[in-house]
Design a protein around this ligand. Structure first.
Ligand code: DX5
Ligand code: ZN
Length: 226
């Protein structure tokens, strides 16, 4: 299971250093949590295309950037994030009107397309688009902030997608990646790896005052391998 850091709990005055530490620790994928002050229940604002563009310029072209859009108007604004340099746009199924059009538009723009669903959302809503998706993200917290507790009840949803994606791969279809986001730490990383997650987003479990990113990453990786 690949680990990607969410920078949401970083000290933004030291963001360049934090990102450099993650890259030195072997990270090659960064998760960017965009909130517009409207869509998430706690009305948080995080950051937008300007900061993402600076991150892209700082990193150069080789690091993969995904953009988790927790916004009301993803269908109108996604291009700003693509222009800022993200490789993958992940939109909430609950927040968009026409997923198929958005997926096609993203692919035409030369980037990958993902859909994300909240812990309470029916996975059947995402299923019709699975064969065209590069990634499905299952939220394991209610989106809005870092540092929340993992919701183990998403197990059924993860396993639903794991089985649907395995069927798709076995019939010659796309290897849609399965991602989880929220509350992943060294104590539950092995659990979600065993559920069949391909990529885990880790925010406060990696960027915290307990250890360096490298130390925290080692702890998570060894918990998975034990
Ligand atoms: C929640 C965000 C997550 C989250 C990850 O709205 O999408 O990416 O902040 O942070 P932790 O790992 O601290 O839950
Ligand atoms: Zn996220």
């Amino acid at each position: 299971m690949r680990i990607t850091p969410s920078i949401l709990t970083a000290d933004f005055t030291r963001l360049g250093d934090t990102i450099d530490s993650a890259i030195s620790a072997g990270i090659d994928w960064i998760h960017l949590d965009v909130m517009d002050g409207n869509w998430v229940v706690n009305k948080t604002i995080t950051f937008g295309p300007a900061l993402i563009r600076s991150i892209r310029e700082h990193l150069g072209p080789d690091i993969f950037l995904d953009c988790h859009l927790m916004v009301t108007n993803a269908e109108e604004t996604w291009r700003q994030y693509v222009d800022a340099g993200v490789n993958l746009v992940i939109a909430h199924i609950e927040a968009i009107e026409n997923p198929q059009t958005l997926i096609s538009d993203l692919h035409s723009a030369g980037v990958q397309a993902g859909l994300v669903l909240n812990p309470s959302t029916d996975p059947a809503l995402v299923l019709p688009y699975l064969s065209d998706l590069d990634l499905v993200l299952v939220m394991s917290v209610i989106p809005g902030k870092g540092g929340q507790s993992f919701m183990p009840e998403v197990e059924e949803k993860v396993k639903f997608f794991r089985s649907a994606i395995d069927k798709q791969i076995n019939s010659g279809g796309r290897n849609t990646l399965l991602m989880i986001d929220g509350g992943i730490k060294s104590h539950n990383a092995k659990l979600v790896a065993d559920w069949g997650i391909d990529i885990a987003v880790v925010g406060s479990g990696l960027i915290n005052s307990k250890g360096t990113i490298s130390e925290n990453l080692d702890e998570i990786r060894s918990s998975i391998n034990n």
